[in-house]
Design a protein around this ligand. Sequence first.
Ligand SMILES: [Zn+2]
Length: 177
Amino acid sequence: MLLTTLLRLFQRLRFEQLFHVDWLVNPTGATYRFTDHFKGFEKVEAVKQIFGEKTIEVLQNLKVKFTYIGGYMWIDARDGSLVVSTHYLNEGDKTGIYLDLVHELVHIRQFMEGKKLFPAEYDYVDRPTEIEAYQHAVHEARRLGLNDQQICEYLKTEWMSNEDLRKLAKSVDVKCT
Ligand SMILES: [Zn+2]
């Protein structure tokens, strides 16, 4: 029962950190350079659009932590680092991982601008910070040639209700049938 509850909580960690359990999230405490693990992002137009002239500098300074607890990836709002699930990285859909990285990089810029990434007054799909990040990822998905149905599949997560998915899809102008 407790395990199921915990698993469910961890599954919610796709784009956000709901709580801070460092020893569990990152037992070794090790941080890595984003550019050592994710190559060539400084050349991606969608990423250059996020950071402009600061693209190379921001990516070089960005730290990554890897976690075994599952979920997908999210920003540690205390230090602005990216946390990535190793399981997701190894087993996840490569296009989805790429789009998630684009999404998270939008959050990195928001973090640098001092925006509150997880405002409690909004539901997840209503947060302006999320909508902006999803819009950017959807734009990149379209550029890659994904159709609305495929993008809709990408937006769908196991913890999102149909109503939330509908709302999010509408906010980012994707037709989910
Ligand atoms: Zn997000």
